[in-house]
Design a binder for this molecule. Sequence first.
Ligand code: ADP
Length: 397
Amino acid sequence: MNVLVINCGSSSLKYQLINSDTEAVLAKGLCERIGAAGSVLKHTPAGGDKVEIESPMPNHTQAIQLVINALTDANHGVVKSLDEIDAVGHRIVHGGEKFASSTIITDEVLAAIEECNDLAPLHNPANLIGINACKEIMPNVPMVAVFDTAFHQTMPEKAYLYGLPYEYYEKYKIRRYGFHGTSHDFVSARAAQILGKDRKDLKIIVCHLGNGASISAVDHGKCVDTSMGLTPLEGLIMGTRSGDLDPAIIEFIANKENLSSAEINNILNKKSGVFGLSGGVSSDFRDLSNAMDEGNALAKAALETYSYRVAKYIGSYAAAMNGVDVIAFTAGIGENDARVREMVGQYLGYLGASIDPVKNKVRGEETILSAEGDKVTVMIVPTNEELAIARETVRLV
Ligand code: ADP
């Protein structure tokens, strides 16, 4: 069965066509600048060269049509016709409290996703546009919604409530939801599999360190806590997001800099994190590491502050689960950045965990980093959110 996995943003659309029997990616690509001038589709068939197709994409329906054209093209296509696309899996950012698992998309599901728009105003409306565009072009192909928040719905009340007047939870559903759930689920399951164990017998901490970053505590197969909150701004220091703050800082900056709350929100999301901490060196960890090697003190401080925050969260989740068996690093930084892993590793001794400097040289491969006989297994487990979405789609259709 061929599954088209769609991750639709407001002006972009990423896709992969996955053969679910072999789990091979047949093609993948990206539409950029949808609804603007200069829109382009970048399409890469498996084993072939990337093709760039410049074509007007006034809306997402047109973008999806171009994706289908590329997938079925005589030269760079990978299937003969639309008939060979058996199902579509959509990544949906926010499922609120309505969705604790993936679901087949029906009109009721669409309405329920729309009701979550308030919680993710930048993402959910775009996700819905993607679903509707696919519906228009492939009305008979079954579609599945896979939510970033779903895996975290098992968090207990004590983990998801904020110390706010309870009425805000009742009236507006202000609580912690968490994101990257598809990745935390995939990585914790895979970590157990690599170790030849059942996830239900393990306490696992997953460190998803990408541009956005979050940590989760997966206790006997269920998420019991995660670092992102109502929005993806909470928790770890990220590429450009601040992570946890004293909330009084917002008013303080507003007064000092004469900024509105929307402007400050923008700064906390786009100009903070290691980018802001390093004085604007970069949000990319390769650049920061190079700058640190060249003696840039702010880049060094940014990496140290980042790693310290990760280590503190690991400690708090070991406390939440009353122990930990596995710590898994994943996503762009977690999989590739040996220096960050090493810096985090320096804080893990009290848990009975270590990171072997030789094993730690690995990049992007499933690897056990801890020493034989360590109480806690530290590992790299590359994530694959698209494959996870494809598997969920197959399971449901
Ligand atoms: P997202 O999916 O959230 O956009 P990724 O998981 O792809 O993010 O992670 C992207 C980040 O991974 C980059 O910003 C970069 O900092 C980091 N990264 C990628 N490759 C490397 C590398 N070889 N060494 C260090 N960091 C890397």
